[in-house]
Design a protein around this ligand. Sequence first.
Ligand code: NAD
Length: 496
Amino acid sequence: MSSIEIRNPATGEPVGSVDTTPVDAVHDLMVSARHAQTAWGRLDFAGRARVIQRFHDLILDRSNEILDTIQSETGKSRRDALAEVVTVAGTARYYLARGEAFLRPKRRRGAIPLLTRSILEHYPHGVVGLIVPWNYPFLLSIGDAIPALLAGNAVLLKPSELTPLSAVLGKALLQKSGLDESLLGIVQGGPEAGAELLRHVHYIGFTGSSTNGRKVAIAAAERLIPYSLELGGKNPMIVLKDAPLEEAAEGLLAGAFANAGQTCISIERVYVESPIFDRFARLVADRTGALKVGWSRSFDVDVGSMIHPAHAARVQQAIEAAVQGGASVLAGAKRRPDLGPSFVEPTILANVNRRAPIAVDETFGPVVSLHRVESREEAIGLANDSQYGLNASVWAGGATPAIEIARRLEAGSVAINSTLMIYNAFDLPMGGVKLSGIGRRHADHGILRYTQARSIVRSFETGGGYDSMLGRIRGEKMAAAMLKMVRLWRRIPGIR
Ligand code: NAD
């Protein structure tokens, strides 16, 4: 068995290690998860909810320990770590309040009015696999496990090989809240561990890059298991000439530099109407220059470390290539080895070639390109001219034009006069179109995706019911009777 040593990306210090899970052990985890799930799936919602309610309270009581762990393996700011704890608590709270109603069996209209009754049920898949990335290691692992567990599943979770510790802590806290150890198995390791997980589970929820999402979809197709993919983005923001500029500038900073830009829904390209471009660019550049970048265990840092020196180097190269292609630097653009091995300054670029990689591909770092546009039509066209479609943001003086623009954007979510709000709007499905993914988390989608639909139809008629009725009438008479019945249905209110 090999082990993975984890270092704090902000300081380079070792902070822990985990053993990689051998291939045979994945099979064993699956068997015990399946076994434990049988009883858990039969428990009523209230029984499962008691565990998740205790967990909700426990993570708030132990938040400092969780923040320390998240920060240690990501190097992110404490504020960004806090967002993970708050959002996991919010997810738990939401599904504790609404989950039972989403999962409850529902009456549906029957095949023949009055004579039949139909019920739609949702039952758990069995063992749900979750493969998650490093950028929000507590939120994306435990936050997605909560609705899966509440729906009656067991979970096999594969954290990123870069950030395995937050998931281990999350599991320990779930166990302390009363969850059977086997109901949340953790598979440690890299892509090969993920590939092994895919050979066993009954459903896969993947969060990560679009490139790997495609591989996961192919593996799921081989076994014909259902899946959801939460993938990358190149999220646009549109700023109209009547937008509140100060607020829009603040919004951009939050939307682009939270988590050092390593957020799937973060803003990477901004289309600004020409009359306000220069003023907006100045505002944004000044405020970006004033952000505090660094490593701290207190809440005094705005922008933390990136995940890895290699990722910081990739982002730095992307900035340099853009500058060589004619881009101008309005703020930042430098690596900061004086702060730690993986820091990149929050960066604002202008005059970026619209076909340059930095304007088209997901950068996943603290870098934003500002583009001047002559009309809102041009802005909408450019925003949609992307292979991605995850999140978008619109800033306008009035609600009506903003909503009109939002309705034309090819994205899973659009925030008006805001940027990242979708992640905490638990009652709204969140996910992407195009290369940004398939399926949604949150809302009813976010728990029903962890279930299968079972339709139960029942006939009240004695003596064979619907089937024998069809069998008794034959030939022309049968055809005439059927057509008469269909015509009649059209006239009965509530049946059409
Ligand atoms: P990644 O695709 O490299 O890895 C994600 C996870 O998949 C890791 O656990 C990794 O070990 C595993 N993996 C990689 N290849 C695999 C394979 N072939 N089979 C099975 N598992 C495999 O992504 P990353 O670099 O860790 O994360 C950054 C990406 O995640 C960005 O593109 C970002 O936009 C995306 N992301 C999306 C969302 C969302 O909700 N849409 C949220 C967070 C991050």
